[in-house]
Design a protein around this ligand. Structure first.
Ligand SMILES: [Zn+2]
Ligand SMILES: [Zn+2]
Length: 336
C-alpha cells in the first residue's frame, strides 16, 4: 500500500510503498478513499508533540470501508463504512468508565505513537469506531472526530450553548472555524464570525454567520451593539483572547479549543467573579459527539467545507498553504 511517512522532524512526509499492516485482536482494517490534513499534523512535523515516535505515518482523520475484522470485534463487519476517533481510549480509567473518553490520559493518538491515516489502509481499534449513516460522505465522516465532533463537544457539552444566544467564533475562516459557524447556526445561536482574511467573508456568510467581523470590531459589534457574547469559541488563542474575554456578557462562557502561541494571559479575576464568567478548555470528541455531528450532516445543517484535494505527494504544498492561511476550509488527501 502507498503511505506518506514522517521520517525526520521538520521534513515533509515522503511517499513509500509498504506492506499491509497486521490486524490484531479488537482491530479492523479500513480502506480509505480520503483523509483530512489537520494543522496538528504540521505541529507534529515541527516537533511540538514530544510523545511522537519516528518513523510514523501521520494523520488522524480516519474514514473508509472495513476490509477485514480482527478477533473479538463485535458490531462491525466487512463492508461497513466507518469513521474513527482520533485516539484509542484506555477503557479503564475513571474518565473512560463514564464515557468521557476525550479526557482519558492514557489514550493513544493516531499519527503519533501509532501509524495514522496518510495511507491507503489503516488498522484502527474498534472501540473508537462509528458507523457512517448513508448519505454522509467520506469527507464529512473523516472530519467528524477531529473537527465537527470536537466543535460539537466544545459548544454543547462545555459551552452549554443555547438557542438564541450570541456566539462569537474566532478564526472563522479556518478549517475548524468554518465548521463551527455552521454548527453554531444549527444550534440556534446568533453567530458572529471573526476573521482576518476579508476575501473569506462572503463564504463565511454563506455558511451561516450573521455577521463577519475583524478582530477590531469585536468590542463595537458584539459587546456594544449586541450586548456581548454568551459563548466564545476561541480557535485562535492568545492573539484574540483578550478581545474575546472582554466581549463576554454576564454569565458568558469562553471555550478554548486552539492556541497558536505559548504566551500566557493574565486572567482578571475580579471581572470573572463579578460577571460570573467561565473560561474552559475543551479537548477532542467522543463517539457520541461524532454521531451528533454526522446527524447534523444527515439533516442538511452541516457540510465539510473542502478547499481542495491533493495526492500523497502533494502534502508539502498543502502544509505550506495552511501555514500561510491560503485555505478556506479543509484540505483532503485523495488515497484511492
Ligand atoms: Zn485533525
Ligand atoms: Zn481511559
Amino acid at each position: 500500500m502507498k503511505a506518506a511517512v514522517l521520517e525526520k522532524l521538520n521534513q515533509f512526509p515522503s511517499v513509500k510503498n509498504m506492506d499491509l499492516p497486521e490486524v490484531g485482536p479488537g482491530e479492523v482494517l479500513i480502506r480509505q478513499d480520503v483523509t483530512g490534513i489537520c494543522y496538528r499534523d504540521i505541529l507534529t512535523m515541527e516537533g511540538f508533540f514530544p510523545r511522537v515516535t519516528l518513523p510514523v505515518i501521520p494523520g488522524h482523520e480516519i474514514a473508509g470501508k472495513i476490509e477485514y475484522v480482527g478477533e473479538g470485534v463485535s458490531g462491525f463487519s466487512v463492508g461497513d463504512r466507518v469513521a474513527s476517533l482520533i485516539y484509542i481510549p484506555c477503557g479503564k480509567c475513571k474518565y473512560c468508565k463514564v464515557g468521557d473518553t476525550n479526557l482519558c490520559q492514557n489514550k493513544i493518538t493516531y499519527g503519533e505513537t501509532r501509524n495514522g491515516s496518510y495511507s491507503e489502509y489503516i488498522v484502527a481499534d474498534a472501540r473508537g469506531l462509528v458507523k457512517i449513516p448513508s448519505g454522509v460522505s467520506d469527507e464529512d465522516a473523516a472530519i467528524s472526530a477531529c473537527v465537527t465532533g470536537m466543535v460539537y463537544h466544545a459548544l454543547v457539552h462545555v459551552g452549554r450553548l443555547k438557542k438564541g444566544e450570541n456566539l462569537l467564533v474566532t478564526g472563522a475562516g479556518g478549517g475548524v472555524g468554518i465548521h463551527a459557524v455552521q454548527i453554531g447556526k444549527a444550534l440556534g445561536a446568533r453567530v458572529f464570525a471573526e476573521s482576518t482574511s476579508p476575501w473569506k467573508n462572503e463564504k463565511i456568510m454563506e455558511y451561516g454567520a450573521d455577521e463577519v467581523i475583524s478582530p477590531d470590531q469585536i468590542d463595537e459589534i458584539v459587546k456594544k451593539k449586541n450586548g456581548g457574547a454568551d459563548v466564545v469559541l476561541e480557535t485562535v488563542g492568545i492573539p484574540t483572547f483578550e478581545k474575546s474575554f472582554k466581549s463576554l456578557a454576564a454569565g458568558g462562557r469562553i471555550v478554548v479549543i486552539g492556541n497558536v502561541s505559548p504566551a500566557a494571559f493574565p486572567l482578571p479575576l475580579g471581572v470573572t467573579i463579578l460577571k460570573g464568567l467561565s473560561v474552559s478548555g475543551s479537548i477532542s470528541s467522543t463517539t457520541e459527539d461524532m454521531k451528533s455531528a454526522m446527524e447534523m450532516v444527515s439533516r442538511g445543517q452541516l457540510k465539510a467545507v473542502e478547499h481542495e484535494k491533493v495526492f500523497l505527494d502533494g502534502i508539502g504544498k498543502a502544509y505550506s498553504e495552511m501555514k500561510n492561511r491560503k485555505n478556506l476550509g479543509k484540505i483532503f488527501i485523495k488515497l484511492h
